[in-house]
Design a protein around this ligand. Structure first.
Ligand SMILES: O=C(O)CCC(=O)C(=O)O
Ligand SMILES: [Fe+2]
Length: 319
């Protein structure tokens, strides 16, 4: 059988080169990652240490959850959580510039701290009907935190910061694991697509291989390019918080999920992004080293918590 390999839209890096490589391999990884974040804001990562079995098991549990009747799923809407915990039903979230909701429903799992006195974070609901769902979700959450932390150590070094710069701000952070279900399409959508073009809010996003295609990024020339991850590859992108901190030096690239061709309308799509957030008190003030004559300071000081609130209002999740 012959196969043609389409050119890759985004570079591919191997995180084990950073974690286990020698000095030269480590430095090569730091440069590749930093350049990818600077040039296109997206990169594919292998050697990330996230177990395939864990991902597969979580997919199975997530599918079971989304297959429940909508009345059952709605038991897991968490009042006052702005969608940051539990279930958000179909037709709720929209991109900030869009009046029409995305064609998706999702479930979000947030940080759990051992310290019960910490009231900063709302609790995750326990899904009775699919007992493994939250347990597997939390295991995957921890695995994403660990890989994300490695990537942020490399980015800190690329930016000339202390290796632990982000680690100190993200431990016990308000990261979110989101399981998204894009149901089969049953009628001609008016104008909505699976996920309208947007930028992510957080520091970086880690996305494990979705169950169907459709993810696209917008390149510097304004063209849409499909991202097709290989087996075992996770797709990482820069979010607005990291863009803001680096005064636009690292790029938070616009992306979207388009509808499949009509012949594949009956196929649902499931995807699992992990939005890596710092603690709400992290200052997102522009790093002085990124301000130059050609790149004057583009943003006013703000904390991560304040910034998140502002953005959740824009996308219809917070009143
Ligand atoms: O479903 C996907 O592949 C991407 C979703 C996404 O970009 C998001 O939820 O921010
Ligand atoms: Fe996104």
């Amino acid at each position: 059988m012959t196969s043609t390999t389409a050119p890759r839209t985004i570079p591919l890096v191997d995180l084990s080169q950073f974690e286990q490589g020698d000095k030269t391999q480590r430095q090569a990884f730091i440069n590749q990652l930093g350049e990818a974040f600077h040039d296109i804001g997206f990169v594919g990562v292998t050697g990330h240490g996230i177990s395939k079995d864990l991902i597969d098991d979580f997919y199975v549990a997530a599918k079971k959850f989304f297959a429940l009747p909508v009345e059952t799923k709605r038991k897991y809407e968490v009042a006052g959580a702005a969608g940051q915990r539990g279930y958000t039903s179909f037709g709720k979230e929209h991109a900030k510039q869009s009046q029409v909701a995305d064609l998706k429903e999702f479930f979000q799992i947030g940080q759990e701290l051992n310290d019960t006195s910490d009231s900063a974070y709302q609790k995750n609901p326990h899904v009775e009907e699919v007992p493994a769902f939250m347990d597997l979700g939390m295991q995957l959450y921890r695995a994403f935190e660990a890989s994300g932390n490695s990537l942020l150590r490399a980015i800190a070094l690329y930016l000339g910061l202390d290796e632990q710069y982000f680690g100190e701000q993200t431990s016990d952070g308000m990261s979110i694991l989101r399981a998204i279900h894009y149901p089969p399409i049953t009628q001609e959508p008016k104008s909505a697509i699976r996920a309208e073009q947007h930028e992510d809010i957080n520091l970086i996003t880690l996305l494990v291989g979705a169950s169907a295609g459709g993810l696209e990024l917008q390149n510097a020339a304004g063209e849409w390019q499909e991202i097709v991850p290989e087996n075992d590859e996770i797709v990482i992108n820069v979010g607005d918080m990291l863009q803001r901190l680096t005064n636009n030096y690292l790029r938070s690239t616009t992306h979207r999920v388009v509808n499949p061709p009509r012949s594949e309308w009956d196929k649902p799509r499931l995807s699992i992004p992990f939005f890596l957030h710092p603690r709400p008190d992290m200052k997102l003030d522009v790093l002085p080293s990124t301000v130059t004559a050609e790149r004057p300071q583009a943003y006013a000081p703000i904390t991560a918590g304040e910034y998140l609130d502002e953005r959740l209002r824009e996308i219809g999740l917070k009143k």
